[in-house]
Design a protein around this ligand. Structure first.
Ligand code: GRF
Length: 203
């Protein structure tokens, strides 16, 4: 079961997937790592591990769609069974989402449908919410809006800063992402046009 991982940042979610694969708890392989940032941590991890990787800078392309098409042509070339977006910070074009429909998931650091978009930790605090979390969801053209496969929850603690909240959430994200990808890799979870099924039961 081959994965294409898209990232723009330090790559801790990629590392969590690689650790689970190495430990034998995730029956999958990372066929490629793809980014809009050649110098990001995730690309560094791929390079250090000898994994195929492609990083294309948006400024080298005439427009957003040209960059999107070039990067996802490189993704298509590794023929992934599943595309995992983990901190890929560019909006993916509708054409690309449709090209990979039902084969693309994203991990988002909020309890969707609350707080789609950026700066979720600060927004949870600003809203005075008592719980936070992360969601693994199917990517659809609307931002952070696809059907959710699974979520992890943490309490908001008194005096929490966005950084403290993010730091407490991150390990839970890693576990959530590994478990979600494992459900898809083993076929227990399936993503169809109507959303996810788990063991044949629609979620
Ligand atoms: C994670 O917090 C993820 O939820 C969000 O971006 C961050 C990616 O972190 N989408 P990393 O690059 O995987 O360490």
């Amino acid at each position: 079961f081959s994965l294409a991982v898209l990232a723009s940042g330090r790559g801790s979610n990629l590392q969590a997937l690689l650790d689970a694969i190495a430990a034998g708890t995730l029956p999958a392989r990372v066929a490629g790592v793809f980014s809009d940032k050649p110098a990001c941590g995730a690309i560094g991890i791929a390079r250090d591990r000898g994994l195929p990787h492609v990083a294309l800078r948006p400024r080298d392309y005439p427009d957003r769609d040209a960059h999107d098409e070039a990067l996802f042509d490189a993704v298509a070339a590794v023929q992934p069974d599943l595309i995992v977006c983990a901190g890929y910070l560019r909006i993916i074009s509708e054409r690309t989402v449709r090209r990979f429909e039902s084969r693309m998931v994203n991990i988002h650091p909020s309890l969707l449908p609350r707080h789609p978009g950026l700066d979720t930790h600060a927004r949870v605090l600003a809203a005075g919410e008592t719980e936070h979390g992360a969601s693994v969801h199917a990517v659809i053209p609307a931002l952070d809006a696809g059907p959710v496969l699974a979520q992890a929850r943490i309490p908001v603690l008194p005096g929490d800063t966005p950084e403290a909240l993010a730091g407490r959430l991150l390990p839970r994200e890693h576990a959530l992402l590994v478990a979600s990808v494992a459900l898809l890799a083993t076929g227990r979870a399936r993503l169809g046009a109507a959303g996810f099924e788990l063991d044949g039961h629609p979620l």
